[in-house]
Design a protein around this ligand. Sequence first.
Ligand code: GLC
Length: 444
Amino acid sequence: MKRLFASIVLIISFQTLISQENYVPTKENLEAREWFEDAKFGLFIHWGVYSVLGDGEWVMNNQNISIDAYEKLPAFFNPVDYNPKEWVAMAKAAGMKYITITSRHHDGFSMFDSEASDYNIIQKTNYKKDVLKALSAACKKEGIKLFFYYSLLDWHSDDYYPRGRTGNGIDGRADTGDWNKYISFMKAQLTELLTNYGEIAGIWFDGHWDQKEWDGKTFGKVKVDWHYDEIYTLIHDLQPQCLIGNNHHLAPIKGEDFQMFEKDLPGKNTTGWGTDASAVGQLPKEVCETINGSWGFNLQDKKHKSDKELIQYLINAAGYGSNMLLNVGPMPNGLIQSEHKTSLLNMGTWMDKYGETIYGTRKGPVAPNKDMVSTQKDEVVYLHLLGPQKDTYFIPHFKGKVKKMKFFDSGKKVKHLVNEFGLTFSVPKDANNDIDTIIEMQIK
Ligand code: GLC
């Protein structure tokens, strides 16, 4: 009997392995990818009980807060001013098409009603309401798609064992644990997230890197088996259209549907986390960035990015064929800082006017450089000049026939010349736009 059971288990796990290796996205999934690439702009939300301390989402690790002490936090979390309708309206006004919210971060606290763990918002806070449920309803009403961020790493669960590189100064963590139980727990929670909240546009994994060997200089092998084959199969079985992305800072793994780049344009690797040009794959892309310097609410963070920086980041991302997921960290009362609301509104004003050069486009024919990036929709190419104004610009080896070339703002013709060396054009001073001088080109 035991042997029979073992061979059944073997067959099942073999099959799941096969199903990931040969992962062929469904029609719904491919359509969702198209939608995603067209959408271009989303809102990232980092919200958890850590917001009470106003020191970012890594506060448990950074301040070495013991498990016992941290467990006191949920009781202080009571977001009486939380209004998901307002969040969704804010995202919409910014020109965003989707929201990605943390369902459970590295602190291990579930911001949703979960039977798989009682360390959750219903059981441990006085608020006692499922904030994700309310957000999913508000999103659905307004046609905004919803993604769930889900942490693979957990500083609270005993079963997250072997531990990773982070959180080792936290007192009260267990010295034994059952990794397979931890995997089952995650699968149970993902099942809840993909069953109780309607259609979910995607799951955004994070924390893989916690289990990478690290010698202080370079990352080595991953020490554990994350069982991605089973986890990804489970997600696609539950909701075939659901896009899977994983912030592992590696080239895409089988079963994933989009690739994300944390605080970097695709292939740049200025952070040194490893996603260099060789790791850039063919899947739809998304860069994520903070609106100030923090993901979770940080009371002391004054590094609010200017409108120009934020808008140019979005344009650059599009020029790299990527979406931009811009983050805010709501306060413990459920409100979003007014400076961030203003920045989002200003981005929306820009998108109202220039959105057609971003939404629905793909990376254009000009390799992105410090002067310009390009986006393209069929036979229309948009050149986005982002650097200090120059009288003339030159695009070497420009391929394609230029039928028409005009300034997007004024509609005036752009003086240009195409020859064997490339495309040269001029930009008079009065055509310059401080954020983005856009040129619309009809090509053949
Ligand atoms: C990093 C951080 C995490 C944050 C994420 C967002 O991985 O660990 O706190 O959620 O970046 O990209």
